[in-house]
Design a protein around this ligand. Structure first.
Ligand SMILES: [Zn+2]
Ligand SMILES: [Zn+2]
Length: 231
């Protein structure tokens, strides 16, 4: 049973979200296209000299989550032992898509099978029996990433940094806008710019999690206020 949200509580939580992720500084790039980050926007962000995370401020060299330590074979499909390989966020997302596909019983193509199996590399990956990469495993995997790049696309220039919207797209849905209005928070939804920032993989996941939680509470509030949620 979800907690009943009083008007004050939800407003407070939304304000806290905006305070936490507000990064109007030199690391912030304002997208010309407010509601969809274009390829050019993303490329522009990733080329910036300071690629440290705009949320935790960790620099690439100090962040043990900079490269994603991905298990091969994938944890969801095997009991181990596993090998940890460095992946960029794009390839890691592809990998989880393939794993989901296989788990749902669909047949994988040869290329997809190859993608999630232990790859041939000229280096030794980090061996583990643990389903969760610990701090030292992450550090060791990141060392590999630094030297050899992403195990899949070989990219060294495209590590685990994500171009994220500071104001999530889901906040611009009609029912969310109406709840923001009812709470007196509509000034938080910038009508012109949805700010794009660079985040590390870890903070990006955290932000997505927080947004999902807020959306759940906003839906409850919308129901209380009799706002329809068709859009
Ligand atoms: Zn971060
Ligand atoms: Zn990659």
């Amino acid at each position: 049973m979800a907690k009943q949200s009083s008007k004050k509580d939800l407003a407070k939580l939304i304000k806290a979200y905006f305070t936490k992720y507000k990064t109007y500084n030199r690391r912030t790039y304002i997208s010309g296209n407010p509601f969809k980050a274009s390829k050019a926007d993303k490329a522009h962000l990733k080329k910036r000299p300071t690629r440290s995370c705009s949320t935790c401020r960790k620099s690439p060299s100090s962040n043990k989550d900079y490269w994603i330590a991905d298990h091969r074979p994938p944890v969801a499909l095997s009991k181990g032992p596993y090998f940890l390989y460095p992946q960029c966020c794009d390839c890691s997302a592809i990998q989880s898509g393939i794993v989901k596909k296989k788990k749902s019983g669909m047949t994988l193509s040869a290329a997809e099978e190859k993608f999630i199996n232990k790859p041939k590399t000229n280096y030794q990956a980090v061996a583990t029996t643990s389903k969760r990469a610990g701090a030292s495993d992450k550090l060791a995997t990141n060392k590999l990433g630094k030297h050899h790049g992403c195990v899949n696309c070989k990219s060294r220039a495209n590590p685990a940094v994500v171009a994220d919207h500071y104001i999530p797209s889901s906040f611009y849905r009609n029912y969310v806008k109406k709840v923001f209005e009812a709470l007196g928070l509509d000034s938080y939804l910038d009508k012109k710019n949805q700010y794009l920032t660079i985040q590390c993989w870890h903070c990006s996941n955290m932000q997505a999690h927080e947004v999902r939680n807020l959306i759940t509470l906003i839906k409850i509030k919308a129901k209380e206020l009799g706002i329809t949620m068709y859009s």
